[in-house]
Design a protein around this ligand. Structure first.
Ligand code: LLP
Length: 438
């Protein structure tokens, strides 16, 4: 749940030896603190698990930028040597700003604009993952424009229901993403791609969903995609070389949960791929994956300052303590959107006082602005105390909004006992900067 360099000494939370009080004093609250070493270690552990399991058939780890991206993180990705998955022009811009080689960029999205495709093809991205028939024509047109042959994957919908929240399950039939294998849409898309000499069909892709534990949905998806690759081989007498199995590996948000480890899931994927390829007498394709949350999620915590507390008497006579912090749904929308659960601790001091039933809420003007619905916290928590929420690295800052005209928090990278801002805090001038005054 906590990143590698978080420790609890002198009654306080520390990140790489820097106390929560010092972090709050130097950078303000709310703020995201990202443990740079931990990020690098996690990214590398996916990379090395893939390499050691699949050997020469290891494609790449393409970090899913949507989980969190900024120029500095893109630079880390470049230094680590993994690839990146981007799904908008903005994410592509950040990847390029960080110096990532376009040959390590995969481009996703179910409605890429012509301008986004144009830029991607122009800079020479590794693969464009095609999501619709319209897009086949658009990618081909942009390849023609730049006199290139663009490598593409088809995103397929294998009809697998991942065990996760409905909004982040992406590979059952009734979704906007990809081409359905079962309906024949995927097979039709293959014929259309093959009619375009500006496109090189390199393989197929699927992403079953996000925050997934266990390996059965990945195994089932790999079976259906491999069967599809075998059908291609039978029809065209050659094999497509690549298979991308997407991301989605779950992480721990609560003390009783366990983050999925690459050393557990990659061997299971390998076994499934080997088995299904053998069944169809197919060579093992080059395998890529796209973890986002599993790399960045556990590396970061959010630090809040308590502003007010209030005891509310419930209908059953029990008391609930409301603890208001200086952020909320603008920097963590996940509890409101997915009923996501988080954990928090008192980070700036120790308290032996008894724990009381509490709810951590934000500063926004609505009842659903809840950071943690139910948590037992020390009864003496008071204004000025700091609370830390672990595992907020993925889909926190990247989904932040300016609701209620609240400036979005900064992201501070901490490494070897030094902290530095990698995304600065927004201010009121930023908020007003887009308003046209005349
Ligand atoms: N690849 C593709 C094509 C994806 O669509 C996604 C996530 C990923 C990779 C990375 O998935 P991850 O390893 O991070 O689970 N906002 C939601 C998550 C949406 C994920 C969308 N796609 C949340 O906060 O839970």
């Amino acid at each position: 749940m906590w990143s590698k360099n978080v420790s609890f000494d002198d009654n306080q939370l520390h990140l790489s030896g820097i106390s929560a009080s010092k972090l709050a004093k130097d950078f303000g609250t709310p703020s995201f603190f990202i443990d740079e070493d931990d990020f690098r270690t996690r990214a590398l552990s996916w990379q090395s698990a893939l390499a050691s399991e699949f050997g020469p058939q290891a494609g790449g780890v393409f970090y899913a930028a949507k989980a969190f991206i900024c120029t500095d993180v893109a630079r880390w990705i470049k230094e680590i040597g993994i690839g990146i998955d981007v799904c908008t022009g903005g994410e592509l811009a950040a990847a390029l700003a960080g110096g990532i080689d376009p040959s390590k960029i995969e481009v996703h999205g179910n409605n890429k604009s012509l301008a986004e495709i144009d830029r991607a093809v122009e800079v020479g991205v590794k693969t464009v993952v095609i999501d619709s028939l319209h897009e086949i024509e658009r990618v081909a047109a942009m390849a023609r424009k730049h006199s290139k042959v663009q490598a593409v994957f088809l995103r397929l919908t294998p009809g697998v229901q991942a065990h996760t929240h409905e909004s982040i399950s992406t590979a059952h039939e009734d979704v906007k993403f990809g081409f359905s294998i079962a309906s024949g849409a995927a097979w039709d898309a293959v014929q259309v791609v093959l009619r375009h000499s500006e496109l090189e069909l390199r393989g197929v892709h699927c992403h079953v969903g996000s925050q997934i534990f266990g390996t059965d949905s990945f195994e089932m998806a790999s079976e259906r995609l491999i069967n599809f690759l075998a059908k291609f081989r039978d029809a065209f007498g050659r094999e497509l070389p690549e298979l991308d199995l997407g991301g989605g590996y779950g992480i721990a948000y609560l003390p009783n949960e366990e983050t999925v480890q690459p050393s557990e899931v990659i061997p299971a994927l390998h076994a499934a791929v080997k088995k299904h390829c053998a069944a169809k007498n197919l060579s093992i394709p080059v395998i890529s994956i796209e973890p986002g949350r599993a790399i960045v999620g556990p590396t970061t915590f959010t630090l809040y300052e308590v502003g007010t507390t209030k005891d509310v008497t419930l209908e059953d006579g029990n008391i609930r303590r409301y603890i208001s912090v200086d952020g909320g749904m603008s920097e963590n929308i996940r509890p409101s959107l997915y009923d996501a659960q988080y954990f928090a601790i008192l980070a700036s001091r120790q308290s032996q006082s008894e724990k009381v039933s509490s709810r951590i809420v934000g500063k926004h003007c609505e009842t659903g602005d809840i950071v943690i619905r139910d948590i037992d916290l020390q009864s003496d928590i008071a204004p000025g105390d700091l609370l830390a929420t672990p595992a907020t690295g993925a889909y926190g800052r990247s989904m932040a909004s300016n609701y209620n005209h609240v400036p979005r928090p900064p992201v501070i990278a901490v490494k070897d006992g030094k902290a530095r801002v990698i995304v600065r805090r927004e201010n009121e001038a930023d908020l007003l900067a887009l308003d046209v005054k005349e």
